[in-house]
Design a protein around this ligand. Structure first.
Ligand SMILES: NC(=O)c1ccc[n+]([C@@H]2O[C@H](COP(=O)([O-])OP(=O)(O)OC[C@H]3O[C@@H](n4cnc5c(N)ncnc54)[C@H](OP(=O)(O)O)[C@@H]3O)[C@@H](O)[C@H]2O)c1
Length: 331
């Protein structure tokens, strides 16, 4: 397994990481089974994956519980990055909440579910405009002093908000939407993004020695060999609410996917590996957070790190993408 490291952290990350959203189970991703999630996570560890991204909101606590169970005593050997700031009510309505009291409750719940006494990187999931960032960061500092979290990361933050947050504490990482077809995305599902990944976040992370973790590297399954053009999601699968995977906009994305798929066939690799390895080869990227629900998926995804892009291959990928995104890669 290739590894990556950054100045802000004393960790060596596997270039292929693992995203635990689907381990939230049940209806979230076309019906994930717990036993399969546990086996998939354990296989990832066997294959050298040491970075696991999760969040309380994934399955309303369930993904954290499954990750804790799957890791067991191997927890010491891996880097767990969970999150705070998205809370839910009894009806399943989710809200942004970074108030100190909420975070203090959330960390206790996460530690219990993950069956650990510390989180390696505690990430703010999304900004909460209703809570001053100073109050949030000071609370996170207290958790650090108490040894409950080792480092503070952010997700979906603009560079302006990172500047503000860094007045109160060190931030070691940014997690944002980034893949072959979403290089400077303006929207995630129906949520507007006030950061541009490649244009703003990459230079920012480089400047501050921070890690960058790209989420949805496979465009939620579109950038794989198995994706079919017809809508294949259960109505309660989160992907049925992604406007880029449904309706008119989907047609363009599917067309580009077709060209990338033909390129992948030509070089004799699965499309998923082209998508993941294209991310790995970029020095701005630390560990690619790949979602996977089966052992076969995780094996295929990990194998992305076993071959190298040649300059010709990279040029060909750029040539395929250029007509769709020139001059600025937005989505
Ligand atoms: N910070 C944030 O706001 C945020 C937002 C989104 C995600 N994330 C994190 O990023 C992680 C990954 O993103 P994501 O889950 O949105 O999407 P993703 O990694 O782009 O796609 C994952 C899905 O692709 C399919 N897949 C994976 N490997 C495959 C393979 N080798 N062959 C065929 N299909 C394959 C599986 O779904 P099917 O088999 O059902 O098609 C899998 O669930 C999440 O788990 C989460 O940890 C963070």
């Amino acid at each position: 397994m290739k590894t990556k490291s950054v100045d802000a952290l004393n960790f060596t990350f596997s270039a292929v990481g693992f995203g635990c959203w689907a381990a939230g189970g049940g209806a979230i991703w076309n019906g994930t089974e717990d036993a399969a999630s546990i086996q998939t996570i354990q296989r990832a560890v066997e294959l050298g994956v040491n970075f696991f991204d999760v969040a309380p909101v994934y399955g309303f606590g369930h993904a954290e519980t499954i990750l804790g169970q799957a890791l067991g005593r191997q927890r010491q050997d891996v880097i767990i990055a969970t999150k705070c700031g998205l809370v839910w009510d009894d009806q399943g309505n989710i809200t942004n909440d970074l108030k100190p009291a909420t975070i203090e409750r959330e960390i206790e719940d996460s530690l219990r579910r993950l069956n650990t006494d510390y989180v390696d990187i505690y990430q703010i999931h999304w900004p909460d405009p209703a809570t001053p960032i100073q109050a949030t960061m000071e609370t996170l500092n207290k958790l650090k002093t108490a040894g409950k979290i080792r480092h503070i990361g952010v997700s979906n933050f603009s560079t302006r908000l990172m500047d503000e947050a860094r007045q109160y504490s060190k931030i070691v990482s940014h997690q944002g939407l980034y893949n072959l077809l979403e290089r400077n995305p303006t929207q995630y599902h129906n949520i507007p993004l006030d950061y541009r990944t490649e244009q703003d976040v990459f230079p920012y992370c480089r400047q501050h020695g921070m890690a960058f973790f790209p989420y949805s590297p496979l465009f939620q399954g579109l950038l794989t060999d198995h994706f079919k053009p017809q809508n294949q999601f259960d109505t309660n699968d989160v992907r049925s609410a992604n406007p880029k995977l449904n309706g008119k906009r989907f047609e363009t994305y599917y067309q580009i996917r077709g060209e990338l798929f033909a390129f992948a066939m030509e070089i004799g690799k699965p499309l998923s590996q082209v998508a993941i390895n294209w991310l790995i080869h970029q020095d701005a990227i630390t560990s690619v957070i790949c979602g996977a629900q089966t052992i076969a998926h995780v094996e295929e995804n990990v194998a992305s790190a076993s071959w190298d892009f040649t300059p010709d291959m990279l040029a060909e990928v750029e040539r395929i993408l250029r007509p769709y995104h020139d001059p600025v890669y937005t989505a």
